[in-house]
Design a protein around this ligand. Structure first.
Ligand code: ZN
Length: 601
């Protein structure tokens, strides 16, 4: 791997305007001679602890102690390595980089690559001008507008239109000094089969979506045909070559990267217009994976940037298979995979048009961990009518469940599996654990505070330790301590703290009825009746019911709710500092109540 010369590095450093660079991330105010300050881009804060000294090109945060120079700043904020940061700064501040000890052949190759990039850039500009000016592109303009895309968005993504003539790009590029060979190499031209020796434009009469790399350099195109009678597939891509590799392409990465690095998450969609529509609606951390399945190369690129991938793919079976593949690719990596639920047969662009972007953000916020999506997927295909079918499903599910250890999700999924396979929670827990000897201690790790009592319940088939921490316990406590329960239920946001609909319904029913929970049960809602009966039974078994215990349990649910909200906020790009503050407040109260409980027992 070649390195840039130290002299190149110095020239980049000299060329950087530190204030302009930092200002693109946070607003700086002057603090004195050669000194500016503002809100730290690296940690959440309300008062500015982040100081910049433009002459030294140095920054330092008194809050989180981050400090460095323009290179570290770009590495941190853009998720780039040193080389990438240097290239980005060189692009931005107009410095030409030179490579260390480059032999003449390597230098020639690099220059040749730069020529190819230039050729593609010219073609991109040509297609774009053609889209906006040509009469024959009117249908394409109508089509794109019909998808709700504004000219501003289309220009930002450099969308264009390829003329239907056979040789426009060929002629224009030759005139600009490019050879036939170069046109073939970047995939803009192809050889004629019927007339050997002659070449013609590869793309004709198609909408052109440039596929840029993370530095914004166009490497190829995705093309959509405009007429049904065209003898090409509806979508075609540049064929793989010197610069373009389909497996590497993340459509929109150059425009999405910054926001994704800031919020720590990236939304993955399938189509070009999905990417455009979401960016237009203000969701900037969105890229297209150019095909249904995520590749290893794409995951590598994304992993350098974010910790969470939100899959927002079609609900059809191709989309489902794609998600399964994505999971095997990310397994064992330090990246969290989540699935955004979409109504069947809809794509994100349509949803934004129909429901607005806020609703889509809500859907993203309600995304589920991949494992939970996968459990549902396996259950939906399982033959639950036979014992063998249930066994097969369990065998398939067991490794996933075991991998979750004693987390909350683990318990939730066990409950779901139990209900679907008509087994008891304890049976499923045992079967899932049996298939391999569990690592000692794996079950105890998550004790949440004093006396939160993971003491196993003797009742067979009961949701043993899990229920103690769960939402069921909370509702049971509301019944066990009816007066405090009444006040708590009036105050709590059931939709937010309870994660399953049957329990929310039970909570709504219990409002105003904690002293007589079985009253007024509607005759036609068997699920509600069973849930309430179960809660009443649990209420009778709660050890030491007290307002404090209820309060303690309620705070536990609030903490879980805030954790979920913080995770979502990180992904959707809304600030999480407000939530984090709220969580700290709740946590304090939680510990205070926990301490009280400790001394009374
Ligand atoms: Zn800081």
């Amino acid at each position: 791997m070649s390195r840039y010369t130290a002299e190149s590095r110095d020239r980049v450093f000299d060329a950087v305007d530190m204030i302009a660079l930092v200002n693109s991330r946070t607003d700086l105010r002057r603090a004195g001679v050669n000194s500016y300050f503002g809100l730290c881009p690296f940690h959440d804060e309300r008062t500015g602890s982040f100081h910049v000294r433009p002459e030294e090109k140095h920054y330092h945060c008194f809050g989180c102690q981050s400090s460095g120079d323009p290179f570290t700043f770009v590495m941190e904020t853009e998720g780039l390595d040193f080389k990438g940061a240097m290239e980005m700064l060189a692009d931005r501040f107009g410095v030409t980089l030179e490579t260390e000890g480059e032999d003449p052949r390597a230098a020639a190759r690099r220059q040749q690559r730069e020529r190819l990039f230039a050729l593609l850039r010219r073609a991109t500009e040509y297609y774009s001008r053609y889209l906006w000016a040509a009469r024959e592109a009117a249908d394409a303009r109508d089509y794109l507008r019909g998808r709700g895309l504004s000219e501003e968005t289309l220009r930002e993504f450099r969308v264009g239109y390829a003329p239907s003539a056979w040789d426009r790009i060929l002629t224009a590029s030759r005139r600009a000094g490019f050879s036939e060979q170069e046109l073939l190499e970047v995939g803009l031209a192809q050889r004629s089969r019927s007339r050997p020796g002659s070449v013609y434009d590869r793309f004709r009469g198609q909408i052109m979506f440039p596929a840029a790399d993370r530095r914004g350099r166009v490497r190829g195109f995705g093309a959509r045909r405009m007429r049904e009678d065209q003898r090409v597939a509806k979508y075609v891509n540049t064929t793989d070559g010197t610069l373009y590799h389909k497996r590497n392409v993340l459509f929109g990465i150059d425009l999405a990267r910054r926001e994704a690095a800031r919020v720590g998450g990236m939304l993955l969609v399938e189509g070009y217009t999905d990417v455009l529509a979401l960016h237009q609606a203000g969701m900037r951390n969105v890229v297209g994976i150019m095909g249904t399945s995520l590749t290893e190369e794409q995951v590598n690129e994304l992993q350098r940037l974010v910790g969470v991938l939100e899959l927002c793919l079609d609900a059809d079976s191709a989309g489902q298979e794609a998600m399964l593949r994505a999971a095997t690719l990310t397994a064992g990596r330090d990246i969290e995979l989540r699935v955004v639920g979409l109504p069947e047969g809809s794509d994100p662009a349509e949803l934004v048009a129909q429901e607005g972007v806020d609703r889509l953000r809500e859907r993203v916020r309600a995304s589920v961990p991949f494992v939970s999506f996968n459990v549902d997927w396996i259950l939906s295909r399982a033959d639950t009518s036979s014992a063998e079918g249930r066994d097969r499903a369990l065998v398939e599910l067991a490794p996933m469940i075991r991998a979750l250890g004693g987390s909350m999700l683990h318990d939730e999924l066990l409950r779901r599996i139990a209900s679907r396979l008509e087994l008891s929670f304890a049976q499923v827990a045992r079967l899932a654990a049996d298939a391999s000897a569990p690592v000692a201690g794996a079950r105890s790790g998550s004790a949440a505070g004093p006396t939160n009592g993971h003491a196993p319940e003797a009742a067979p088939g009961a949701a043993a330790g899990a229920a103690q921490r769960s939402e069921r316990l909370f509702l049971a406590l509301c019944i066990a301590v009816p007066t405090a329960g009444e006040a708590t239920l009036a105050d709590v946001d059931l939709e937010a703290v309870l994660t399953s609909e049957p329990l929310r319904a039970a909570g709504r029913h219990l409002r105003g009825r904690t002293a007589s929970p079985l009253a007024d049960l509607p005759g036609d809602d068997e699920l509600l009746a069973r849930t309430i009966a179960d809660l009443v039974a649990r209420a009778g078994r709660v050890p030491d019911p007290s307002p404090d215990r209820l309060q303690y349990n309620r705070l536990r649910l609030e903490l879980d709710r805030l954790e979920r909200a913080i995770m979502r906020a990180r992904v959707t790009g809304e600030g999480s500092s407000e939530l984090a503050r709220e969580r700290n407040g709740v946590l304090e109260a939680y510990h205070a109540v926990g301490a009280r409980l400790d001394t009374t027992i």
